[in-house]
Design a protein around this ligand. Structure first.
Ligand code: COA
Length: 692
């Protein structure tokens, strides 16, 4: 029987009805590489579902026509447009209404999933009676809303709890982590995980003989009982509190509260879910985290631009220098699919590189077959034979201009004519290094952060000679390593180290003044930093901190605290030697509690944070980064600066430039010149005055 659905034409959905009277709704969001649930997409779906409610087919399949995946969630770009809580609530309730329509249609419904199935995408799939996911490494499912400062709002909390039980459902919503098709099957979030070649047959046969829905086993269901919920909620709140403060990240707390209070009543929980998300969505945390998502997209776009403009994609990477940075860069490049050679003067060093790489691959890849194929791509190359075929050469040797220049002299004649030469220097001007090159335009800085496998940012350093084309190539290369490229100019410390250093130095000055180390770190963590500055310095290595500080002090108005130098002289370098500012036990710092009646200085947090903010202003004045947004992106992804605050420049604007400026002046009066507001403040003060 013809449902008449194919008479309809939509901009974002393609409709098909087959001979078995199954209707296929293919989502292919117009003018977009990725499917998201924008208002327009939902409006069309609502129309189609209303039609199918009147004339139900024998089965309904929802799938995606995009190669990269099913649906990447609600359209985050629309999240910033809400002017008030009621407006946000209206949009969320509307999404719920559409998914309720899908859930109540009088025929078997099935979501056929490949690639990304995130947020609203998984919520939509959960509103279908059945879910089949392609069993491939590209398939990733998840409910990552908490990372945007919200939780699922289109009925996803209710349906995830019903499908997987509270422990699993809350865990995936609280962590926001994504998982494979097989893991989703194990968690009961999909019914089958099948290889691509069986997907269509599996869908058809499920619709022909719709299996009975298996109820949740009693031991999972019972955890939803109203007498048990307060206990489980208490335990979950405790573990959430260890990771995120309620004042900074309210979403996980709101989610636990929602479940604890309303899990007995489906209808009420749906209503309250929408209210809760609307409240969160218009709050500062969510808006700032959405800003961070957009900043991340801006950096990715830099890399994509480079990719589009490059004719030949690099295949072979040659890394010179098997120290921790060089070795980890090589291991990471191989993990990302490149054919990599790693050159060093010593066998032992290369052995350690492979050992570390093995550890990383074992953790990330788990399966022995994948580990060994990845290790096969990482080739120790003592004599440097592979240099001649490399498309990208990365230098990561000892931080000494003369030695690096000597190396460049030796390797340039052996390199392919069009190979890109990158240096991982963190302090030497590119112009100095480029002096010895025949083709100075091919040199670009590729400044990775430690640990390479964890830090998402790479500073792409443009020297005076680097051509735009090569900067683009380097950005594209960084993007291909699943890293975010941040363009910066070649100046001491670039952006991230330059901004971080005054903050670390201020922390050491505070320690010299007698403020307990634990108190200093706690104040920074209270502000939202992932780790306190003293622990950070110990973790990075005090010798490295001292070296960077010494280099920066040649150009910046910073004086290196004596205590830092003394510790380094004594060989107390931090975590790696077991003793720095802190003593370390099993890799963890032993933090002694402050005396009970100790009262920290009232301006402690201001002293730490405003030195950072002042330095960002200085970087913008010097043109180290192009825009305030890029500065925010760099500092968030390079240092972990409190993401819920939206970046240092956003924080400054949010608090009021005038107010922060005055605070700096007060600190200058109290503590001296190092707090003098930078000359670059003027435009920000004027902008604020202009805004009224
Ligand atoms: N809303 C709006 N746009 C989105 C989006 C979303 N939920 N998810 C992805 N996009 C867009 C990106 O902005 C980008 O747009 P562009 O091509 O115009 O620049 C495009 O989709 C591709 O995304 P990109 O991030 O560049 O691709 P990727 O392969 O590196 O990553 C994802 C893909 C899906 C993992 C990543 O985009 C992501 O994490 N998205 C957010 C998922 C999410 O939080 N969903 C819940 C929303 S409530």
């Amino acid at each position: 029987m013809d449902t008449g659905i194919t008479d309809k034409t939509y901009q974002h959905w393609h409709l098909e009805q087959d001979e078995e009277n199954f209707v296929w709704l293919h989502l292919d969001k117009a003018d977009s590489s990725t499917n998201t649930l924008s208002e327009a997409v939902l409006t069309e779906l609502e129309d189609a579902l209303n039609h199918l409610h009147r004339q139900p087919p024998h089965g309904l399949v929802i799938c995606s026509a995009k190669k990269n995946g099913f649906i990447a969630g609600a359209d985050i770009r629309e999240f910033t447009h809400f002017e008030s809580q009621p407006a946000a609530l209206d949009a969320i309730q509307r999404g719920q209404r559409v998914f309720n329509l899908l859930e109540t249609i009088d025929c078997p419904t099935l979501a056929l999933i490949h690639g990304y199935c995130l947020g609203g995408g998984l919520e939509m799939a959960l509103a279908c009676r059945y879910r089949i996911a392609e069993d491939s490494p590209e398939t990733r499912l998840g409910l990552p809303e908490v990372r945007l400062g919200i939780h699922p709002g289109f009925g996803g909390t209710v349906r995830a709890l019903e499908a997987a039980g509270p422990l699993i459902a809350l865990n995936i919503m609280l962590t926001g982590r994504s998982f494979s098709a097989r893991a989703a099957k194990k968690m009961r979030l999909v019914h089958y995980a099948v290889p691509q070649r069986h997907l269509l047959n599996a869908a058809r046969s499920m619709l022909r003989n719709p299996p009975k829905q298996a109820p949740l086993p009693w031991w999972l269901k019972i955890l939803n009982h109203r007498l048990l919920r307060p206990w489980i909620a208490k335990y979950m709140l405790r573990s959430v509190a260890k990771k995120a403060a309620r004042a900074h990240y309210p979403a996980p707390y709101a989610l636990i509260d929602l479940w604890q209070r309303y899990a007995d009543d489906r209808e009420q929980m749906l209503r309250e879910e929408a209210v809760s998300v609307a409240n969160l969505l218009v709050g500062k945390t969510a808006q700032n985290l959405i800003r961070v998502f957009n900043l991340q997209e801006t950096l990715k776009e830099r890399g994509r631009k480079g990719e589009r403009e490059q004719e030949n994609k690099p295949k072979y990477v040659h890394v010179i220098g098997g120290g921790v940075m060089g070795g980890d860069i090589a291991a990471w490049c191989a993990l990302q699919g490149y054919q990599v050679s790693i050159q060093d003067r010593e066998h032992e060093t290369l052995g350690r590189v492979i050992q570390r790489a093995f550890g990383l691959y074992r953790k990330r890849l788990k399966k022995p077959r994948l580990i060994s194929t990845t290790l096969d791509r990482l080739m120790p190359d003592l004599p440097g034979h592979a240099l001649a075929r490399a498309d990208v050469v990365i230098e990561a040797i000892f931080e000494d201009a003369g030695i690096k220049q000597q190396l460049f002299r030796e390797i340039e004649p052996q390199m392919k004519a069009d190979a890109l030469l990158c240096t991982n220097t963190s302090s030497i001007p590119l112009e100095t290094l480029a002096e010895v090159l025949e083709k100075p335009e091919r040199l670009v800085g590729l400044h990775f952060f430690n640990p390479v496998a964890k830090m998402p940012l790479i500073e792409i350093v443009r020297g005076q000679n680097s051509t735009e084309e090569n900067v683009q190539r380097a950005s594209a290369f960084a993007k291909s390593l699943s890293r975010l490229p941040l363009p910066v100019t070649s100046s001491p410390g670039f952006l991230v180290n330059r901004v971080l250093m005054p903050y670390l130095i201020e922390a050491v000055i505070l320690a010299e003044e007698g403020v307990p180390l634990k108190v200093i770190d706690e104040e920074a963590v209270d502000f939202g930093m992932p780790m306190g500055p003293i622990e950070l310095a110990d973790t990075v290595g005090l010798d490295i901190c001292l070296k960077v500080a010494d280099i920066l002090s040649q150009n910046m108005d910073i004086s290196v605290p004596e205590r830092l130098r003394t510790l380094v002289d004594r060989g107390q370098l931090g975590k790696k030697t077991g003793q720095g500012f802190y003593s370390f036990k099993k890799g963890k710092p032993i933090k002694t509690a402050a005396n009970k009646d100790y009262i920290p200085p009232v301006d402690l947090q201001e002293r730490l944070i405003l030195r950072m903010v002042n330095e960002v202003i200085a970087c913008l004045r010097d043109g180290v980064v192009e825009t305030a947004d890029l500065a925010d992106a760099g500092i968030i992804f390079g240092t972990g600066f409190a993401p819920f605050r939206g970046g240092p420049m956003h924080y400054l604007q949010d608090r009021g430039a005038q107010q922060v400026y005055k605070m700096l002046e007060q600190l200058q009066q109290r503590y001296g010149q190092r707090f003098a507001p930078d000359a670059g403040w003027q435009p920000w003060l004027e902008q604020e005055e202009g805004n009224g």
